[in-house]
Ligand binder design. Structure first.
Ligand code: PGA
Length: 252
């Protein structure tokens, strides 16, 4: 993977369309000549920000989706609808979805399959809690999340549509306590090893692994250049135009 992929996960922010438009346009201006691919994942209500012209290295992303095409699913947004809006990436299985909205590995698996079927790239989030880490069960947790999240999904399909894993240790998300670069490097290799076992070494080599969890402009470069991550999933820092643009800049 040559160019880093930097994803802005706005979560349920900002609180007005005006702010969303301003944030989008000011980041676009700052990153338009970057060699990195920059993906914006705004709340669905702000998808109209993408109706203006934006730089070719900027892509459309979603924070979530529902796996059915259409029908009586009040409040949900389908993968089919996202594909129709030219969405390129869909975050699946974020720990906040797993925690607050009871998303299981089975639901995550259906979503990954539906995103691929609709020709978009899933970004499958995995990661352990502090308790799981202290207990020494990180490997088991990642094994289960990847095996179940990818159950019955052929490697050829992942490679055709593109597929990313985001390693997001839950204890690092929104805490200001990011994972050490060295530890991140180990986790990236562990994820690659699990993918190689589930598929093949060649498939694993072609799947990018992103890091997420308290990324900022000071630590961003380390994850890409030292730990070898193929990109970053940025939450809090993606809400500040200058800080986020600096992250993009430092990733090259
Ligand atoms: P954070 O969030 O950068 O605010 O830690 C990352 C994420 O949850 O994707």
């Amino acid at each position: 993977m040559s160019k880093p992929i930097i994803i802005a996960n706005w979560k349920m922010n900002p609180v007005s369309l005006r702010e969303a438009k301003n944030l989008f346009s000011s980041v676009c201006k700052k990153v338009k000549n970057s060699k990195a691919e920059v993906v914006f994942c705004p709340p669905f209500v702000y998808f109209s920000i993408f109706s203006v012209r934006f730089p070719s290295n900027v892509k459309i992303g979603a924070q979530n989706c529902y796996f059915e095409k259409e029908g009586a699913f009040t409040g949900e947004v389908s993968v089919f609808q996202l594909a129709d809006l030219k969405c390129n990436y869909v975050i699946v299985g974020h720990s906040e979805r797993r925690k607050y909205f009871s998303e299981t590995d089975l639901i995550v698996n259906k979503k990954v399959g539906a995103v691929l079927d609709n020709k978009m790239t899933p970004v499958l989030c995995v990661g352990e809690t502090k308790e799981q880490r202290d207990r020494g069960s990180v490997q088991d947790v990642l094994n289960i999340q990847l095996r179940e999240g990818l159950r019955n999904i052929p490697g050829a399909k992942l490679l055709k549509q593109g597929f990313l894993v985001a390693y997001e240790p839950i204890w690092a998300i929104g805490t200001g306590r990011p994972c050490d670069v060295e530890e991140g490097q180990k986790m990236r290799l562990l994820i690659k090893k699990i993918l190689a076992k589930l598929y093949s070494q060649n498939t694993a080599n072609r799947i990018g692994v992103l890091y997420g969890g308290s990324v900022n402009s000071k630590n961003a470069a380390g994850y890409i250049k030292e730990a070898g991550f193929e990109g970053l999933l940025v939450g809090g820092a993606s809400l500040k135009a200058s800080e986020f643009s600096q992250i993009v800049k430092n990733s090259i």
